[in-house]
Design a protein around this ligand. Sequence first.
Ligand SMILES: [Mg+2]
Length: 273
Amino acid sequence: MSLVAGNVEALAGLEGLVCDLDGVIYRGPEPIEGSPEAIERLRELGVHVVFCTNNANPTIGRYIEKLGSMGVSVERDDLVTSAVVMAELLAEEGAAGRSAIVVGGEGLREAFDSIDVVVDDDPSSRTADYVVVGFDPDFTYESLKRASFAVQDGARLVAANADASFPAPDGLWPGAGSLVAAIEVASGGRARVMGKPHEAMMRVAARHLGGASKIAIAGDRPNTDLEGGRVMGWATILVLSGVTARAEIDQVEPRPDIVLERLADLPDLLTEV
Ligand SMILES: [Mg+2]
């Protein structure tokens, strides 16, 4: 039996899966064994899969390329990054034609291009309509100062995610949330957060699933993936191929409906319910 813990009944009638990437489909550059095949089988079983990640740095094209090289074919609409969420939300509130200071990578810039928000890269300009923050390995005191000035001047502060850190081979690296916190402390502003588990991202992911009514989320991180699913009332699947170890599953909050060794175990389970 491939089920580590939980009740398979939670997956009865599953129509849509919101699937995390790092720790579920791949670990860094390496695909996780069986995950690409599992995605194919889920689609054959009629499950609509949308991939959902807090990492706003790579462009959508880069994600399509990376997944494709691992044998997972995806369309643009199948990918919901926190940059995609930000673009959809800001477009809804009429951000076209406005300006933004970006602390972050190419994915955020691409998202702004798509909604006609003008990214202001002039280091001497200290005002903008938005200050947008993602993971930025080139973050400096100067970029902190510039972002802080703009927020003090009334720019709206938006964060791709609030993840404090992320695992790297040599330990935990500071994540976008650490940079957001620095800008909040410096400016006195508070960021609106786009990524999992915040409702903004969960609602956009649901929208990308079209009309699916019975939805599950699969992820390796309780405080983002499981919490996001709980907020939406979806079935929650914890996989042990990422940051959560088997020894920790009794302490995991919120409680997952299902615990699997890896995503590869999911298709067989669905044929049992
Ligand atoms: Mg993950």
